[in-house]
Design a protein around this ligand. Structure first.
Ligand SMILES: [Fe+2]
Length: 77
């Protein structure tokens, strides 16, 4: 199914935000795993950088959640 088949712009926005959040959650999960590996390997520099990545991904997820609150509401009417 393509977004082109959806007539309602609000529903398209809601779907795109949901997909973007799914990606952010995958990124947070994999960076968490990589942090654990860096920690186990004693690579403090990699651990620091990976934690910064997690912070950025979580920030992006929060922003998407804020946007989704209003967009999802609009998509339901
Ligand atoms: Fe991301």
């Amino acid at each position: 199914m393509s977004l082109d088949n959806l007539a309602d712009a609000d529903i398209k926005d809601a779907v795109m935000i949901a997909c973007a959040q799914m990606v952010e959650h995958y990124e947070i999960a994999i960076y968490g795993t990589l942090c654990n590996w860096a920690d186990k390997l004693g690579n403090k520099n990699a651990l620091k950088l990976l934690k910064q990545n997690i912070d950025k991904e979580e920030s992006a997820d929060k922003k998407l959640t804020e946007i989704a609150r209003s967009i999802n509401q609009e998509a339901m009417v």
